[in-house]
Write a protein that binds this ligand. Structure first.
Ligand code: GAL
Length: 415
């Protein structure tokens, strides 16, 4: 009895300590699909368990274009959220404008420098200080396939882009849409990026999309890549324009379509639907990119806050994101792999394990490249220019010879 009383008193003390420091964090994100919503709920639960409150600020729209527009208008009116999902060079741009909070206190205490690959911590820092926290590593160059659809058509999953184009008629003859695709600029760019990496190789890819070498952008190789990209139009259906990526994934899940080229957030949809890799679906590298890895790191940038309590809650959020419990539970749902090094790999499925192995091997060979389509490779203005050129080409009868000139000129004008 005495023991119980003491325990209750202890608990009451602990609760009051938590509540005394409780604050609210408003979190802007664009994780609204089935798998994504399950993933973000992990973070919300961990934060609220510490007594803080989570104000959800979800702005739907794949790859976050709509969310970034909303963020800009909130920031301009002097009322940014406490945390916003943000990536790559955007982090540097916001920090340079003076909006972001210094997270070095949390980072030093938890030893983030030792827990993160340098390629990642460099992106999270501005002038040597952490201003954002990474949650995961997504591999973008994946092909998701429905094995039953392939069996029905009597064809193999393609490993080259020529094979990809060639399986189209056979899949169609079996009543299956070869490629599930959503006609949105960022999805067009995701598909194009995979083709460019596979056909051009990593060095070509970096020269075109990271350092923007003019001769590479106008090269004969780039012409060839655009031709193959246009040829994939024969693989997609007439209802593709405007389709969300997760609807495209559901077409592969239910066998209406045979494949999708998409980052491994697509796996979050298969998992949420109770599907098992290797049996119900196959994850294979996008054609010709087996030994390459296009990385896409999601992270939260923290904005400068006035309220002390909110600042406490914000620091808790930053700390929780890097803790093993979150890194495991979140990434199991999201389809990505933990960004924190030294995590136990056992709970992860075969696709995630393949991603982990490839992430470390490609880092050694120079084949770990930033996804330009997902904001990891270049400035937002260069990305906007590239992605406009790609999507206009895909949806018109422009020739591949014409488009490379447009691409090189658009990139030059954006810099
Ligand atoms: C990516 C993002 C992923 C996923 C996807 C679809 O850019 O990194 O986390 O949300 O877009 O919206």
């Amino acid at each position: 009895m005495i023991k119980t009383k003491a325990a209750i008193a202890g608990l009451a003390l602990a609760v009051s300590a938590v509540v005394a420091n409780a604050g609210e964090v408003e979190v802007l994100h664009y994780w609204t699909s089935g798998g994504e919503a399950k993933s973000v709920a992990v973070l919300k639960d961990l934060l609220t368990e510490e007594g803080h409150s989570w104000k959800d600020f979800a702005v739907a729209g794949g790859a976050g274009e709509a969310a970034m527009t909303v963020l800009k208008s909130r920031a301009v009116s002097g009322n940014p959220p406490a945390a916003a999902q943000m990536k790559g060079l955007d982090i540097q741009e916001w920090a340079d404008l003076g909006f972001l909070a210094d997270l070095d206190g949390v980072a030093t205490k938890a030893g983030w420098d030792e827990l993160l690959p340098k390629v990642v911590s460099d992106i999270m820092k501005f002038e040597g200080k952490y201003v954002a926290v990474p949650v995961n590593v997504h591999r973008v160059n994946w092909l998701w396939a429905n094995p039953a659809a392939f069996a029905k058509a009597g064809v193999k999953i393609p490993t080259t882009w020529d094979e990809m184009i060639a399986v189209g008629p056979k899949l169609k003859a079996a009543g299956i849409i070869p490629l599930a695709h959503g006609g949105q600029a960022w999805q067009d760019a995701t598909l194009f990026e995979a083709i460019a990496l596979g056909m051009g190789g990593s060095e070509f890819y970096n020269k075109a999309f990271v350092t923007h070498d003019d001769a590479t952008l106008r090269s004969a190789k780039m012409v060839e890549i655009f031709k193959t990209f246009k040829a994939t139009r024969d693989l997609i259906d007439a209802d593709s324009p405007g389709r969300d990526w997760n609807i495209a994934t559901s077409m592969v899940i239910n066998g209406t379509a045979a494949m999708q080229i998409m980052g491994d957030w697509a796996k979050g949809e298969f998992t949420a639907a109770g599907k098992v890799p290797g049996t119900d679906f196959i994850c294979a590298p996008a054609p010709q990119t087996e030994h390459q890895y296009t990385f896409n790191i999601d992270s939260f940038a923290m904005f400068g806050l006035e309220s002390k309590d909110s600042k406490v809650a914000q620091d808790s959020l930053a700390r929780l994101i890097m803790e093993p419990k979150f890194q495991e539970a979140f990434n199991l749902n999201k389809g990505s792999i933990p960004v924190r090094q030294g995590m136990n790999e056992t709970p992860f499925d075969s696709c995630a394990k393949a991603s982990m192995a490839s992430f470390s091997s490609t880092a050694k060979t120079g084949d770990l490249v930033p996804s330009f389509a997902h904001g990891m490779a270049t400035t937002s203005s260069a990305l906007g220019a590239i992605s406009d050129v790609i999507t206009n080409f895909y949806n018109s009868d422009q020739s591949a010879d014409e488009v490379v000139v447009k691409l090189a000129n658009a990139v030059k004008a954006s810099m």
